[in-house]
Design a protein around this ligand. Structure first.
Ligand code: SAH
Length: 212
């Protein structure tokens, strides 16, 4: 069996055992997770671990999220396919690719230039033309391109950053890990006045670095 097809087999198993059987039902999410070659987003020496049920280091003290968490967060946004989505924390670009498979346009912000550049080169190589990149502090969002139908944040602030909520359309959704020692994924739904919060599951993310 060639190396490429070994990865294909591992990816199929990942979708079946780690994602579908744990309750992810959205077909668009299952298809995207089945399509995007996760091993291309991790450092060379981690490739053989790319389809394991765990987060992995991607350099600069950052991590690529566990596949199940990527699927869970994406499903929570309930994307129909026509959305403009904001992502905070490009990291490896893996979650970006999953969003770009499903949504119309993805705007992604990363604080660490080297990570953004590496992600851009992988995603360009894969041929994505609906992804827009910004290097900077994502806790301020990307106001020039707002409003967004959905926002996905993959680093944890202590409290929900209001600029992000303000850049959501009314009725739009944001999935975000919130907390310091103890963190939860929170689903925020923007209302005409203020927003609703649903606490979903306990998680462990790297901190969202702010104040720069
Ligand atoms: N979704 C990514 C996960 C990356 S980990 C993936 O699939 O690989 C979280 C990322 O958020 C890191 O790359 C980190 O550098 C970035 N980050 C932390 N604070 C940030 C901020 N204020 N603005 C933008 N990105 C930030």
């Amino acid at each position: 069996m060639s190396h490429a097809s070994a990865y294909d087999e591992e990816r199929k198993d990942m979708v079946e055992y780690q994602i579908r059987r744990r309750g992810i039902k959205d077909n668009k999410v299952l298809e995207a997770m089945g399509k995007v070659a996760r091993h291309l987003f991790v450092p060379e020496e981690m490739k053989d671990l790319a389809y394991q049920d765990e987060p992995l280091p991607i350099g600069k003290g950052q991590t690529i999220s566990q596949p199940y968490i990527v699927a869970f967060m994406t499903e929570a946004l309930k994307l129909s396919g026509n959305e403009k989505v904001l992502e905070i924390g490009t990291g490896s670009g893996y979650q970006t690719a999953i969003l770009a498979e499903i949504a119309r346009e993805v705007y992604t912000v990363e604080l660490i230039p080297e990570l953004s550049r590496r992600a851009q080169s992988v995603l360009n190589e894969l041929g994505y033309t609906n992804i827009h990149y910004l290097i900077g502090d994502g806790s301020r969002g990307w106001p020039e391109e707002s409003p967004y139908e959905a926002i996905l944040v993959s680093a944890a602030p202590a409290t929900i950053p209001e600029p992000l909520v303000e850049q959501l359309k009314v009725g739009g959704r944001m999935i975000i890990p919130v907390g310091t020692d103890f963190q939860e994924l929170v689903l925020v739904t923007r209302k005409k006045e203020g927003w609703d919060e649903d606490r979903l599951i306990g998680v462990r993310f790297v901190p969202l670095i702010t104040g720069s």
